[in-house]
Design a protein around this ligand. Structure first.
Ligand code: NAD
Length: 479
């Protein structure tokens, strides 16, 4: 029997109803993709890249439909357009980088056995499952799908059930490039569909919460398939004594509230040197109070609604927990209107690490501020989290770099925040529960989809069995 799901509508009103793929649909699609993958992998790199270039053109032609669908599902217009541009930029990036990376020959002589010459052959992993979240529905699917396809894999994607509208116009663009349509499919559905997709694949790229990441990791572990997990964050921003206060407030605010804080690399904790604290807090409050919401029109204002209304409840609960424990809320908070939920940037002081908003991911425009006395204290506070996705340090550059090197975070922005959203070509590895597996950024973002097979050529006579025969050990007295 068909299973229908309803996606949340972030601006209120009735949500989008769609059919979830059943386990049999997943198996059928996986069989079809796997059968076509060998031919796709056998194509010259340029032919695969040319199919991806045609796809990019088709998406560009369908940009209005794609952006409209994203806008409807995420409740924001400008970021939806930027999201499509970002996805197209990822395709262009791999067009430039893939030819060298995929044709690079790794060969030489073994150091431990000098008569053995080696050469590496690269073999695509096969069928890759790409499971993605709702915060950047298109970009976070293509960020893994495109390099996997460029590497010669087939891809079965399962985007979030909260934001499914873009899939129909996207699949129309895929169908316009038949060689690509043979190796790329995208199925709608919730957790059950996701689990079936993981079960059908040879490797999995998952972007989402830590809780789901653990389940996907367990399932991949059971099947012994590679899993690349990109999970949550609780990014700290440190304002050192030699930072500029106004600039620091501007960076902290943008880093925290952009996309309504619904980005994994959002700043969720701010630590300010005690000498700047009294100037920083009012500056941040003033700047935060000037932020506008797009409650009236989707294409007006700074911040859109929460995409998933359950996120608003979670943010509200974290704010209530902080206030109950003595925190002071200086500005901002939830705005519920016409069935949608927004949040004006909330600046809190009087906070401490016993509060949920320091422990759990917030995914909302909430900025708790604490002061510190020494660099050691700032480092300890920033590292006091199970997450380790990214971080930011503001101050004199050499000073900031020395503090950054002590943080347990996969990427640290110096004198800016959230630079990983702009820098896709630099490798980084998460700490803690923020992720597992080789970097999706930089060259490994492509090379991780290729298994290296070592071809080992013996150039000297092969060793006889007698070389390994036990012989009675001769002692000094025998001689
Ligand atoms: P989620 O974990 O709830 O869902 C992510 C995806 O997993 C969805 O498509 C969902 O249907 C699917 N899913 C759920 N259960 C599954 C299961 N058992 N097996 C397979 N698939 C399953 O995450 P979300 O709420 O959609 O997204 C928000 C989270 O994503 C936040 O924690 C955020 O930090 C994280 N995120 C991380 C990055 C990163 O690059 N590290 C980027 C963006 C978002």
């Amino acid at each position: 029997m068909a299973n229908f799901l309803i996606a949340a509508n972030p601006r209120g009103g009735s949500g989008h109803r769609f059919r979830a793929a059943a386990a049999t649909d997943v198996l059928e699609s996986a069989d079809r993709l796997r059968a076509a993958q060998r031919d796709w992998a056998a194509l010259a790199v340029d032919d695969r890249l040319s199919a991806l270039a045609q796809w990019s053109e088709a998406m560009r032609s369908a940009s209005e439909d794609l952006v409209d669908a994203l806008t409807e599902d995420t409740g924001r217009a400008l970021i939806s357009r930027a999201e499509l541009d970002g996805a197209l930029a990822r395709i262009a990036h791999w067009q430039r980088k893939a030819p060298d990376l995929l044709t690079e020959i790794s060969q030489g002589h073994s150091e431990s056995a000098p008569s053995v010459r080696y050469q590496h052959r690269r073999d695509p992993l096969g069928l890759v499952a790409v499971i993605s979240p709702w915060n950047f529905p298109l970009l976070l699917m293509l960020i893994d799908a495109v390099p996997a396809l460029a590497a010669g894999c087939a891809v079965l994607a399962k985007p979030s059930e909260q934001t499914p509208r873009f899939v129909e116009p996207l699949m129309e663009t895929v169908r316009s490039v038949p060689s690509l349509a043979a190796v790329f499919d995208c199925l709608l559905g919730g957790p059950e569909t996701g689990a079936a997709v993981v079960d059908a694949a040879d490797a999995v790229c998952f972007t989402g919460s830590v809780a789901t990441g653990r389940q996907v990791g367990r399932q991949a572990g059971e099947r012994l398939i590679p899993a690349f997990l990109e999970l949550g964050g609780k990014d700290p921003l440190i304002v050192l004594a030699d930072a500029d206060v106004q600039e620091a407030a501007r960076i902290a605010l943008r880093g925290s509230v952009l996309a309504t804080g619904q980005a994994c690399q959002s700043i969720e904790r701010v630590y300010v040197h005690q000498s700047l604290y009294d100037a920083f807090v009012p500056e941040l409050i003033a700047q935060a109070s000037a932020v506008t919401l797009n409650t009236e029109r989707v294409d007006r204002g700074h911040l859109g609604p929460f995409i998933d209304p359950r996120q608003a409840d979670l943010v509200e609960a974290q704010l209530e927990d902080a206030l109950a424990q003595g925190a002071a809320l200086h500005c901002g908070g939830l705005v519920r209107q016409d069935g949608g939920a927004w949040c004006k940037p909330a600046v809190l002081t009087g906070t401490n690490h016993g509060m949920a908003l320091y422990r759990d991911e917030t995914f909302g425009p909430v900025i708790p501020v604490m002061s510190f006395a020494t660099d050691d204290e700032a480092v300890d506070l920033a590292n006091d989290s199970e997450f380790g996705l990214s971080a930011a340090v503001l101050g004199e550059q050499a000073h900031a770099l020395s503090v950054a090197a002590r943080l347990r975070a996969g990427a640290v922005s110096i004198n800016d925040a959230s630079l990983t959203s702009q820098v896709g070509d630099v490798e980084k590895d998460s700490y803690g529960v923020s992720g597992v597996g080789r970097s999706r950024m930089g060259p490994s973002g492509l090379l991780r989809f290729l298994r290296r097979q070592a071809l080992l050529v013996q150039t000297a006579p092969a060793a006889p069995l007698d070389a390994f025969k036990e012989v009675e050990r001769r002692t000094v007295t025998d001689a």
